[in-house]
Design a protein around this ligand. Structure first.
Ligand code: N01
Length: 489
């Protein structure tokens, strides 16, 4: 990190150089808050969009919506941008806003402790200690790959890797490739691998709901218009926002008539794409649409009908040297195995020890599940802020909208520190009230009542990851930091 000074006390240490860390750093600089630094464990900028480089990786939220409103890009090439374009957008945005010298790459946060006497955080990294008056964690939830607990995993003889740690050196062309998992990553990767592999076996435990994607290039003429007339781009963004937001405004977070209607659309998509009734039966979901992330793809069902593709629905019993053995005793011989098995989201916070006031550990504060006021602040952890924290993920709209609301909230708090407060800490009663409200709305939500299990739920079956309402409702709740809910020290 050029210019890093071990004696320096930062105003703000930002952890993570993905969407949220970059947004926070830009806004801090624009607000004149400093000195700031960003640390990033990876070798480059981009967070999840730098790490997930598997073939076919793309965003399932339209590009003009999945970007920062204050760092617009007029020339997105597709309706749904691919991973390289999003990674480049984040890198260029950081460069354009002069962030590059402030970002310390390959610097991993090992832990952080609040120093009461000094009134600052001491952050332990693998490159030394950083002192900061405030920490903003922008580490996201989707960066600790989850591997299934299947016996024999280590014994497999060929290359095996997770979608989030793609081995670009592995030669998969013409090979027998297995893919475990049928989530958002799998539906993107399966069509790509099916076109390259000699044979692809997809191990499906749960058939997902899939909607049509209708992806297309954005024509050069339209891009030129967005460049010439920024108002058109803003209108397009607003149109996309409302299109997505309506789902939440019409109660999509609950099992309702809308669920029936959306399921009918998805079933028609399946019927049209898969004429074979036996395969269609295998691919028909058995939980309510929306319980897991709703997937979009026009390429997944066609890929599953290629002659070189098998959809295996038998329970995986173990992994052997030669391949994957299912409970009926069949061994599916494979040359390579891909884990499209998602992320450890609800347990990820245990990996870095955050110690607040009086030695209180975040793991203790969250013994009853992840929770935070507005998903951002936790009682006992002064001057510590989270972006995309507990219960602020989204199933229906762009997470960048939530990030921008949170960044604004955090800025309000940081301004209180700039004005002379030593600490800002959420009042326990404000946190408890907020968390009770969120949990109350989640009890009968589709994620709990929809008949599925997903990464949205923790080990107790509680949803501690998603926001149970519209983005507008969150904006009303969190956009400004109500100082009555905070204690200034
Ligand atoms: O992971 P997942 P993902 N035996 O957890 C299966 C974001 N994302 O990486 O459904 C057999 O959704 C598991 O089976 P089941 C997005 O937020 C975004 O695909 O539990 N199977 C499931 O099918 C998304 O929600 C984009 O029965 C096993 C799969 O593995 C999140 O990342 C693109 C198993 C895991 O699915 C995670 O998606 C990609 C076992 N033992 C990802 N263990 C965008 O476009 C697990 N599975 C923005």
């Amino acid at each position: 990190m050029s210019g890093a000074d071990p004696e320096e006390i930062l105003a703000v240490l930002i952890v993570g150089a993905g969407f949220s860390g970059i947004a926070m750093a830009i806004r801090c600089r624009q607000a004149g808050i400093g000195p700031i630094r960003v640390i990033e464990k990876g070798a480059g900028i981009g967070g999840t969009w730098r790490e997930n480089t598997y073939p076919g990786a793309a965003c399932d939220v339209p590009s003009h919506l999945y970007s920062l409103s204050f760092a617009p890009k007029t020339d997105w090439t597709r309706l749904y941008a691919g991973q390289p374009e999003i990674e480049a957008y984040l890198r260029e945005t950081a460069e354009r806003h002069g962030l590059t010298p402030l970002i310390g790459l390959e610097t991993t946060l090992l832990g952080a402790a609040w120093d009461e006497a000094a009134g600052l955080w001491r952050a332990q990294t693998d490159r030394g200690t950083i002192r900061a008056r405030a920490i903003v964690s922008g580490t996201g939830g989707l960066h600790h790959p989850a591997y299934p607990d299947i016996p024999g995993r280590e014994s497999f003889a060929g290359p095996s890797f997770h979608t989030a740690a793609w081995d670009h050196g592995a030669d998969l062309d013409g090979k027998r490739v297995g893919v475990i998992g049928t989530g958002a990553s799998a539906v993107q990767i399966v069509p790509e691998l099916a076109a390259r592999a000699g044979h692809l076996t997809l191990f499906q435990r749960t058939p997902p709901w899939i909607m049509p994607k209708n992806d297309r290039p954005i024509p050069a003429a339209a891009r030129a218009r967005y460049r010439r007339l920024p108002v058109l781009r803003r209108l397009e963004r607003a149109r996309l926002f409302w299109l997505h937001e309506l789902r939440a405004l019409f109660g999509f977070t609950k099992v309702s008539k809308l669920t029936d209607q959306a399921e009918a659309i998805a079933r028609r998509h399946l019927k049209k794409a898969v004429p074979d009734p036996a395969l269609r039966a295998k691919l028909t979901p058995r939980y309510r649409l929306g319980c897991k992330r709703v997937l979009i793809s026009d390429a997944y069902y066609p890929a599953l009908q290629r002659p070189n593709v098998t959809v295996e629905t038998g329970t995986i019993a173990r992994i052997t040297r030669a391949g994957v053995a299912t409970a009926d005793g069949t061994v599916h011989a494979l040359d390579a195995l891909v884990y499209a098995t998602g992320f450890d989201v609800t347990g990820g916070f245990r990996r870095v020890e955050i110690v607040g006031r009086g030695g209180l550990r975040l793991t203790e504060a969250w013994a009853d599940g992840m929770q935070a006021y507005q998903g951002i602040t936790v009682a006992g952890f002064p001057n510590y802020f989270m972006l995309v924290g507990p219960n602020t993920g989204l199933g229906h709209n762009s997470i960048t909208a939530m990030i921008e609301i949170q960044v604004r909230h955090v800025l309000d708090c940081l301004r209180a520190l700039e004005r002379g407060a030593r600490t800002i800490e959420v009042r326990p009663e404000a946190q408890a009230r907020f968390v009770a409200g969120v949990r109350g709305r989640l009890d009968d939500s589709i994620w709990v009542a929809g008949g599925c299990r997903s990464w949205y739920l923790d080990a107790q079956g509680r949803n501690t990851t998603l926001w149970p309402d519209s983005v507008l409702a969150y904006r009303r709740s969190a956009r400004r930091a109500r100082l009555a809910d905070y204690r200034l020290g």
